[in-house]
Ligand binder design. Sequence first.
Ligand SMILES: Cc1ncc(COP(=O)(O)O)c(C=O)c1O
Length: 430
Amino acid sequence: MTKKFNSLSPEKLDNEHIWHPYSAIGAGLPVFHVESAQGCRIKLKDGRELIDGMASWWSAIHGYRHPTLDAALKSQLDKMSHVMFGGLTHDPAIELSRRLLNLTADELDAVFFADSGSVAVEVAMKMAIQYWASKGHAKRQKFLTVRSGYHGDTFGAMSVCDPETGMHSLFEETLNKHFFAPKPETPFGAICPEEDIAELKRLLEDNIEEIAAVIIEPIVQGAGGMRFYSADYLNKLRALCDEHQILLIFDEIATGFGRTGKLFAYEHSDIVPDMLCLGKAITGGYMTLAATMTTQRVAKTIQGASPGVFMHGPTFMANPLACSAAVASLDLLITNNWHKKVKTIEANLKDHLQRFIQLESVADVRVLGAIGVVEMKQPVDMKDIQPRFVEAGIWVRPFGRLVYIMPPYIIEAEELKALIQGMYSVLKTI
Ligand SMILES: Cc1ncc(COP(=O)(O)O)c(C=O)c1O
């Protein structure tokens, strides 16, 4: 055993030996050392305090160190932090399932717990393949999706991400090849003309014998471009899937639990998917947990043929600590009037983000629910802009041309104003 790493400062060890998301080891890009976080504030080790605009990538909807969530975890710790889910069950998993079943459409009445959003997507894809295998169509193993999507970083999930931003060429020999229709163009709130879905329809009809399911992020395409599109597109997509008896998977890992102004983004439309992937905000950002929900019809079909079971079962499935955080988070969401909070944030974002459009460097500004997006004309230089946001006392993490915020729902009007003012002070100098 070597002790040579003991002499490295935390900063040097972090920079030279630890990967951060989508990063290069030793690149020296700034990372900011967090001491603690509370409410809407992230406190850095050097004493600076930042107003959080990211909710830790859509997840910390109640802010940090919420007393109710802290208490739920402490109480669960006194019982057990983990126990295997194979052959055993427990209250946190049962109570979380009860809530998810109650909160979603009646048709979605079967739950599979996974460890992360990407795995929830893998699970949905495997369910769709097993569904068709059970019906005697083992060749139906392809997926149809739209460009500009993002579904996660594991191979199955990555294979249905946008081929360019998902860097499919790099993994060409390993990644499965699926069908990509153009991204939906009809804006949110508008009726979708047939042309917008015509290419998807053609791809579906031409390749019907190979396709197991359509997978899509409803209403908001997140990491693939922060784009909002028409709910009517989803109505038309459901009709197409019904006509051809194709399964429809909605990835609501980012949009779920109120973020778009509806509890689930599919509620903006008139339809329900056959599978729903949930994650991120499910535990209020406390623990990693995700879920794939489906219908009894899909579940029973899967188990109606060999091997008679759904073939997935991770070690940490339905981790009791994570499930108890999720139960507490969902109860908080409902009792704390999430709808009013998100509507207030939406109104404030609409009021205060509009002026950004006058900046020379800004191409577009859009708001939906508690999501505010400022699209720049050019990609931002992260090395330069990230420290400047921190200097301005805010935590905003752009990518490419997108500077966007989706704050915790508990953010106060004054904090949101300061967050937006901080963004403005930085972006006006670009
Ligand atoms: C829509 C969507 N699907 C899937 C994922 C992957 O989730 P995770 O990062 O928890 O694996 C994400 C993460 O950003 C997402 O936004």
